[in-house]
Design a protein around this ligand. Sequence first.
Ligand code: BTN
Length: 252
Amino acid sequence: MLSHIQQHLADHPWCDRVHWYAEIGSTNDLARQMACEGCPSGTCILAGKQTDGHGRMGRSFSSPDGMGVYLSCILRPNCKPEQLMHLTCAAAVVAADAVKDAAGIDCSIKWTNDLVVGTKKLGGILTSLQIDPNTGLVSAAILGIGINCLQSKGDFPPELRDMATSLAMHAKRCDPAALSAALIRRLQQMDGQLREKKQIMASYKDRCVTLGKEVSWLAGDTLHHGTALALDENGGLVLQLSDGTTKIAAVG
Ligand code: BTN
């Protein structure tokens, strides 16, 4: 698999920074560890299978063998954490663009971190930052992307069957190696533009299907209901609540 991905990345500056594992707990967990050990920016970790793939709020991410792309990329933006509040949105734009490049499909983004086709989940994003305690600057940004590629409906666990989808269910071409390489190319482009928040948020907004919809939002122990009106500059969702007030749901 590694050689297939690298064939698609010939001459790419990150070609030798790709690490592939047949089986791993979570690519994000290994990425955090490798970032602490000093790996270079652009290091990408991919796995054939994850036994502990996870998403936001402690949810698991189904990562069966050979069925999807499970990738974590380490960037070293060396800026203040406040400048990267939109990181999850940036990774979602990367993933949607790479899906278009490799499979020809226009997927959408469900705020904050779900890739969807129609109403069904195609994949998800999980990002985190490491901060240098001496400088307060970001020493590493981890961008984790999981995309369902080859599953048929029956390959998903029964509880996900009506909610999940894969590229194979929509696209004529869906080669995981080609998608992995497309993601790495798009990640490298994003690395150079990460501070261009306005442009990134405009691309995110173009793909976001949540605006105008009724949403429920858990803040602490309280469940709020409202209409999604807009996105703020950091990817926060501006909601109009039923009592007429507005609130911003921050990116978690
Ligand atoms: C979500 O659905 O809430 C986010 C899912 C993110 C899954 C990807 S797969 C690669 C990386 N490793 C993980 O454990 N999670 C991310």
